[in-house]
Design a protein. Structure first.
Length: 215
């Protein structure tokens, strides 16, 4: 039977979970899905950037100033990712849940972005993220991956897959800050921000209640 002591010991935890066929199969499968998404991204980005989309009226954006806050977005987001990976690595089941949530919500985003082509908001300011640009051809900045926000789903998968404690509350605060910053930067409409928690939560539940329930 799984014990708290097993979860708190890095080596013992991985030995314990890796001995479970269900965990091994899901872990390998979702790592392969993650790698496949990284391969597909440059071509998907080329596809959406070549399309013409619709410009939405957004009264919420009109209330906010337009500023380049790329550095702040990058700082909050990647601090959350790195800290979450450090925390989750000690509990393989939590790490797997996070990877599953990210993969599932990214697949959902591919479908919604394809079905709902949008142009960037008025006063759009390019968001420069060196890491994301590694997955684009010639390091191009992507502006039409809008509905729904990938930045929000990333910070939210950290939040949903963290148990109670300082970091869970910290990720929630970061999510609120990033939501505002993305709108200040004009890289997303408010609807992109608002629906992201719902899609991420659904993917988190699918991972927790369906996939991980089999382990």
């Amino acid at each position: 039977m799984e014990t708290l002591e097993t979860e708190n010991n890095f080596s013992a935890a991985w030995t314990f979970y890796w001995s479970k066929p269900g965990f091994r199969i899901q872990f390998i499968l979702f790592v392969l899905i993650l790698a496949s998404l990284a391969f597909v991204f440059p071509y998907f980005f080329d596809f959406i950037e070549a399309r013409t989309g619709k410009v939405l009226d957004d009264p919420i954006l009109d209330l906010l100033p337009a500023r380049d806050v790329s550095t702040l977005v990058f700082t909050f987001l990647y601090f959350a990712i790195v800290s979450w990976l450090f925390i989750a690595a000690r509990n393989p089941k939590v790490l797997l849940a996070g990877v599953q949530t990210y993969c599932l919500v990214t697949i959902f985003r591919i479908f919604t972005i394809t079905l709902f082509p949008l142009e960037p908001p008025a006063a759009y300011i390019p968001l420069r993220e060196p890491f994301v640009q590694l997955f684009t051809h010639q390091g191009r900045i992507i502006s039409r991956d809008l509905f729904f926000s990938g930045h929000m789903t990333t910070i939210l998968f950290c939040y949903y897959n963290t148990s109670r404690g300082v970091f869970k509350y910290l990720y929630l605060v970061f999510a609120i800050i990033i939501a505002v910053l993305l709108m200040v930067q004009r890289v997303h409409y408010s609807i992109d921000i608002v629906v992201a928690p719902l899609f991420t939560w659904l993917c988190f539940l699918l991972s927790k209640k369906v996939l991980l329930a089999k382990i």
